[in-house]
Write a protein that binds this ligand. Structure first.
Ligand code: KG4
Ligand code: ZN
Length: 333
């Protein structure tokens, strides 16, 4: 079985081909650069770019795998959550193609896609396990009871982890998207330079909150001369990042302990973070659990992860109808 994945939920346009053993045959991704000058994603610009890029990326995907649409058995497409205008481009493209070429179609939750990026590279990763999904729009801690069977343990009450990175980067004048820039600067910084607060949510030990952390960076810099931030960028980034890492790790370790799990998988754009990968690798070695993370290319939005979730659901006999619709707020559970 060959599955074509289609991902257009935000500012990346991607198509991928994978086989039923989850081997990636091609996975081109176009990342929109148009948003940099606005300092954040402009939804209207994003959907217009999706319209421009979807067909060329689809053609490139087939070409680089040396295949035609005749080789494809089914199409897996992101139906949410995401920006509605962007989602609609992928969903309608996939539906049109499925109708014209007579292929099965299946709608995929973008967050399940992120989680499934781990299945592409770690065939030994099988449920049950704990998953931490950390992206620009979401922060979720999940107990994966079985394939496609999730128990939500906690999510963010305000900003997502990636959003916190992007906001702090903007504050520090690092531009957009900021996560990767903060990560880079933090590598040379001292994580103990300043102790930013680690938020806990009352009566909800698995919930996350990042907006207070962002505010505390604002308050910290407010009374200091501008040159202070400029001269201590590495240390401020490292200290901010350490607070994020601590908050994420505390919830994950609690869940591993409470649910007696010995496997933790992380996914999403923020899972590309050097310090998060390094910290969890060290803790896993010390505490004796297995830690899984996707390679860098598969952390940020891509269609191979959507196709992987598609293969898993199609093998269970699932499929969608051509009535499939996009849903901006689609929950994982
Ligand atoms: O998963 P993703 O590509 O898109 C969403 O589904 O939201 O995640 C994008 C997010 C952005 O907030 C970006 O700043 C963040 O992932 N990000 C990082 C790193 N690389 C990307 N955050 C921290 N460290 C990184 N190395
Ligand atoms: Zn994403």
């Amino acid at each position: 079985m060959i599955v074509l994945g289609v991902e257009t939920s935000c500012d990346e346009t991607s198509c991928a081909l994978i086989d039923d053993r989850l081997r990636v045959l091609s996975n081109p991704v176009y990342s929109q650069l148009e948003h940099q000058k606005y300092g954040g994603i402009v939804p209207e610009v994003a959907s217009r770019q999706q319209i421009k890029k979807i067909v060329p990326i689809y053609q490139e995907c087939l070409r680089s795998a040396g295949m035609t649409i005749d080789d494809v058995d089914a199409i897996a497409v992101t139906r949410g959550p995401g920006l509605i205008g962007s989602l609609l481009v992928g969903v309608n493209f996939a539906k049109g193609l499925a109708f014209a070429a007579g292929k099965k179609i299946i709608g995929i939750n973008h967050l399940e896609g992120h989680l499934s990026s781990n299945y592409l590279e770690h065939p030994d990763l099988k449920p049950p396990f704990i998953a931490l999904i950390i992206s620009g729009g979401h922060t979720l801690l999940v107990l994966v009871k079985d394939f496609c069977d999730y128990q939500l343990l906690g999510q963010t009450r305000d900003d997502a982890a990636g959003e916190a990175y992007d906001k702090v980067a903007k504050l520090l004048g690092l531009g957009y998207p900021g996560g990767v820039r903060v990560d880079k600067l933090a590598r040379a910084g001292n994580p103990e330079f300043h102790k930013f607060p680690r938020a806990v949510v009352k009566n909800d030990p698995y919930a996350f909150s990042f907006s207070g952390l962002k505010t505390s960076v604002v308050m910290y810099l407010r009374d200091l001369p501008e040159s202070f931030a400029e001269n201590n960028l590495d240390d401020i980034c490292a200290s901010f990042q350490e607070a994020v890492v601590d908050m994420l790790a505390e919830r994950c370790l609690r869940a591993l302990d409470e649910f007696k799990m010995d496997r933790l998988a992380i996914a999403g754009g923020v899972a590309a973070n050097t310090r998060i990968r390094e910290h969890f690798t060290q803790v896993a070695r010390k505490s004796g659990f297995n830690f899984y993370y996707p390679s860098l290319d598969l952390c940020t939005d891509n269609a191979a992860m959507i196709a992987a979730a598609g293969v898993i659901r199609l093998k269970r006999g699932e499929a969608s109808s051509l009535g499939l619709d996009a849903s901006a707020q689609l929950p994982l559970v």
